[in-house]
Design a binder for this molecule. Structure first.
Ligand code: KG4
Ligand code: ZN
Length: 353
């Protein structure tokens, strides 16, 4: 079964051909990072406009590099949410037009479900059931996954997503957008014990909270600026000023500690033996290492896709779309994108063939 996946949920235009939900034939990603960098974050209007320019060339390249044509497809899987509504609209409208013109079954895929299925695109593949941690710029959630379409949310962030915290802290540090990769690399030369930033463990809950950590970094920077006289009128204090790598490592240490600890709690609570981790923050070197260490300690298997499959891509949409198509979930041409969509709702807007 050959599926064309399309993802335009945020700032990357991506199209991919995947066979049988597991084998990537092509995976093309056109990044918009350079467009948004100078604004310090994604500008939704610019993102939608760029998707409009790039959707045809990216789909064309995905087909050409696979030596395939529209008539070879068994289905077209498009991400219909959650995400930026204008961006989603471009992918959904394009997908509906192609499916109508070429008589291809349209499959609607939840972006979060796509992240879960990224782990099935590489060896070794996880067996069900498993705990899934989706940790990205827009989401930080834990699920118990008992099979395709069987997702139970165990916890989610109550405020900022972990990736959002990386991006905001990076902005505070003057390191630009996106923050994750730059803090990840700076932190390698820093001491994670240099500054003790708060960890919001929220006892008894598998929810997350990262906004207090972001504020703690801001307060630290204000105090150290005052201590070094960087803020006019600020009174010097006895605060020690840490280096940029130390601040990056201390911030990252707080994020990673919470993500690892909560995942460990989720494993114990659900008596699972496997963890699947995905989303842009799963590209983080320290998180990947610490999760593997935790898995060894607990005797649990840890599945983290290679970096290009952690960040947004259309191969994961095609992988999840494969299961929908096999289950007969074909979307109508009245499919509407949704900015907000939880994973439990993923089969909504589809109807049996
Ligand atoms: O999954 P993704 O590509 O898009 C969303 O669905 O949000 O995730 C993007 C997020 C951004 O916040 C970015 O800063 C973060 O993932 N990210 C990282 C790393 N690479 C990307 N965070 C920490 N370490 C990284 N190496
Ligand atoms: Zn994502």
């Amino acid at each position: 079964m050959l599926i064309l996946g399309i993802d335009t949920s945020c700032d990357d235009t991506s199209a991919s051909l995947v066979e049988n939900g597991t084998k990537i034939i092509s995976n093309i990603i056109s990044s918009q990072t350079e467009i948004h960098r100078k604004y310090g974050g994604i500008v939704p209007e610019l993102a939608s406009r760029r998707h409009i320019e790039m959707i045809w060339p990216v789909v064309d390249e995905a087909l050409k590099s696979a030596g395939a044509a529209f008539q070879d497809l068994d289905g077209l899987a498009v991400c219909y949410g959650p995400g930026l509504i204008g961006s989603l609209l471009v992918g959904c409208s394009f997908a509906k037009a192609i499916c109508y013109a070429k008589s291809i079954p349209l499959v609607a895929v939840n972006h979060l479900e796509g992240h879960v299925f990224a782990s099935f695109l590489e060896e070794p593949r996880p067996d069900f059931p498993f705990v899934a941690l989706i940790v990205s710029g827009g989401h930080t959630s834990l699920y118990r996954v008992d099979g395709f379409g069987r997702y139970t949310e165990l916890g989610r962030t109550r405020d900022d997503a972990a990736g959002e915290a990386y991006d905001k802290v990076s902005k505070l540090l003057g390191l630009g957008y996106p923050g994750g990769p730059v803090i990840d690399s700076l932190a390698r030369d820093g001491n994670p014990a240099a500054i003790v930033f708060p960890r919001a463990y929220l006892p008894e809950s598998l929810d997350f909270s990262f906004s207090g950590l972001k504020t703690a970094v801001l307060n630290y920077l204000r105090q150290s600026a005052a201590a070094t006289g960087d803020i006019s009128g600020g009174k010097p204090t006895d605060i020690k000023t840490a280096s940029l790598p130390d601040i990056a490592a201390s911030f990252q240490g707080a994020v990673v500690d919470v993500l690892v600890r909560k995942t460990e709690w989720a494993l114990k609570k659900t008596r699972s033996e496997r963890v699947v981790i995905s989303g842009g923050v799963a590209a983080n070197g320290e998180l990947r290492q610490r999760m593997q260490d935790m898995g060894k300690d607990l005797g649990a298997e840890i599945f983290i896709p290679s970096v290009p499959l952690c960040t947004d891509n259309a191969a994961m949409i095609a992988a999840a779309g494969h299961h929908h198509l096999r289950a007969g979930h074909v979307a109508g041409l009245d499919l509407n994108p949704k900015a907000y969509l939880s994973l439990d709702n993923s089969p909504v807007d589809t109807h049996a063939l």
